[in-house]
Design a protein around this ligand. Structure first.
Ligand code: 4AD
Ligand code: MG
Length: 464
């Protein structure tokens, strides 16, 4: 037989029957009887399998026995119209090559219906399940859509460093990066560690945000975005926190808080629309398997105007709700996800952009309001997720920024380069950070953030 080029399953399923084809992939199931076997073959290009029909009489029995769930095979055969329902075409096998067997006794993905917890314990194999195939394809599509969105708008993709000497969020949740001997570090006279002898000659960490460097870019290129890994050593074992997550941080010169909110709302809506337009098969699968309201929720977000609400109004609504919260609310407290979800899911029934937070609960760089108490921060709060975006207009006045840094007792030495943006040609500017995995939680309907990233890093867990 002539040598054929492999066609992906996704493309085979769209082809007209009639030709000989070559498919390669992993066996999801094999069923049938002595005379005929039906193999469901998947190659990761789509949630859908192609059915391979094997006439047992034409193949060696020993070889057929090796075709079990999880095995990897190549099938050459005729693409024919399928009589079974569920697919329009199938392959009538003529030749089968076995690339790799999968011992039925030990291959962990035999049966369907594994728990998500079990699948997390075999994260190296879970991409072979329908669920993780769908999630990972959607993850890819969203990453692509993000670059497309900003590229279409003329934003510059800026690569900000992963190793840094500054703590953007000022929360002290950084992973240290060092080559010093931990058993015997060089010490200064006062007994503290002498970081001048460390690799970078100073104390460094993995970044918690690319924003500060992003601002440098915006103050030169106008509109930039970052999209990269972000690290937080916060000991939060929740379904919404990772120690290593991906963040998208646009930063725009000449944007005030309103412009920032408009961009954030348009950005999320475009991404959700992109997902519905381009990942419908995968979303439909997740909708039917896990979350019957997923598609409806995605469609509704695209059509809805997000509520815009100040923190002060939000607190009033929560106080007047008569609801018993685990964490009591009063003006000045940081909102917990139970509060955010009350506002979004129960009170308004739509996404909320909350603004003007007390300065004490927000980072040093946010623009100070005239009331002396609040800052021009904005969080976008989503159903099922809580905070999906955090951002602000930035303080552009050198004087006010210096005063705030002094007020909260931040070390200024490591921030002089940042202050230069305010010293030389300062301008109003704004930006925000979208947690990529939080977006994916929303788009996929998954309920645990560990299930929307291939290899999750959480407290006490860094497998693979
Ligand atoms: O609200 P955050 O901390 O804001 C910043 O880092 C700003 N520098 C962003 C900016 O203005 N450029 O984080 C932004 C978003 C959150 O809204 C959330 O979606 C996500 O990042 N995020 C996390 N996602 C997963 N795991 C964690 N531990 C996260 N911490 C924050
Ligand atoms: Mg935040």
């Amino acid at each position: 037989m002539e040598k054929l080029i492999r066609t992906k399953v996704k493309d085979l399923l769209r082809q007209e029957p009639g030709k000989d084809v070559l498919a390669k992939g992993w066996v999801r199931t094999k069923r049938g009887n002595k005379n005929v076997s039906f193999i469901a073959l998947n190659d990761g290009s789509t949630i859908n399998n192609i059915q391979v029909v094997v006439d047992a009489g034409k193949f060696n029995e020993e070889q057929l026995k090796k075709i079990t769930t999880g095995a990897c095979i190549g099938v050459t055969g005729a693409l024919v119209a399928s009589l079974g329902n569920g697919q329009s075409v199938e392959i009538q096998a003529k030749e089968i090559e076995i690339f790799g067997e999968a011992d039925p006794e030990t291959y962990p993905l035999q049966k369907k219906g594994h728990t998500m917890e079990f699948l997390r314990s075999i994260a190296h194999l879970r991409p072979r399940t329908n669920t993780f195939g769908a999630v990972l394809r959607i993850r890819h599509a969203m990453a692509f859509a993000i670059h497309k969105y900003f590229n279409d708008k003329g934003f510059v993709y800026l690569h900000t460093p992963l190793i840094t000497a500054s703590d953007c969020e000022g929360a002290g949740e950084m992973f240290q990066v060092t080559t010093l001997d931990m058993k015997n570090p060089p010490l200064k006279e006062d007994g503290s560690i002498d970081y001048s002898q460390d690799f970078f000659g100073k104390q460094t960490s993995l970044t918690v945000s690319g924003q500060l460097e992003g601002e440098l870019g915006a103050m030169a290129l106008g509109e930039i975005y970052t999209f990269g890994p972000t690290f937080r050593a916060e000991n939060s074992n929740t379904p919404r926190h990772l120690a290593e997550f991906w963040m998208i941080e646009p930063e725009m010169a000449f944007y005030e808080i309103e412009d920032n909110m408009n961009l954030a709302e348009d950005f999320i809506k475009s991404l959700v629309k992109y997902a519905l337009d381009n990942c419908y098969d995968d979303i439909k699968f997740l909708n039917d398997m896990f979350d019957k309201e997923l598609i409806e929720r995605l469609q509704s977000v695209i059509k809805t105007d997000f509520v815009r609400l100040t923190y002060t109004e939000g607190i009033r609504i929560l106080e007047e709700s008569g609801e018993k919260f685990e964490f009591p609310v009063s003006w000045g407290v940081d909102l917990q996800s139970e509060h955010e979800r009350y506002l979004v899911e129960r009170h308004f029934g739509k996404p909320v952009i909350m603004t003007d937070y007390p300065k004490e609960i927000k980072a040093f760089y946010m623009k100070q309001n005239a009331d002396g108490k609040t800052v021009r921060g904005m969080d976008v709060l989503f159903p099922k997720i809580g905070e999906i975006i955090g951002g602000s207009e930035r303080e552009s006045s050198l004087e006010k920024l210096e005063a705030r840094i002094a007020e909260i007792g931040m070390g200024r030495e490591s921030l002089e380069w940042y202050l230069d943006t305010r010293r030389f040609g300062s301008a109003p500017h704004s930006g925000f950070g979208l947690g990529f995995e939080r977006l994916l939680l929303f788009v996929t309907g998954m309920s645990n953030i560990r299930d929307v990233i291939p290899f999750p890093r959480t407290p006490k867990n860094a497998e693979y």
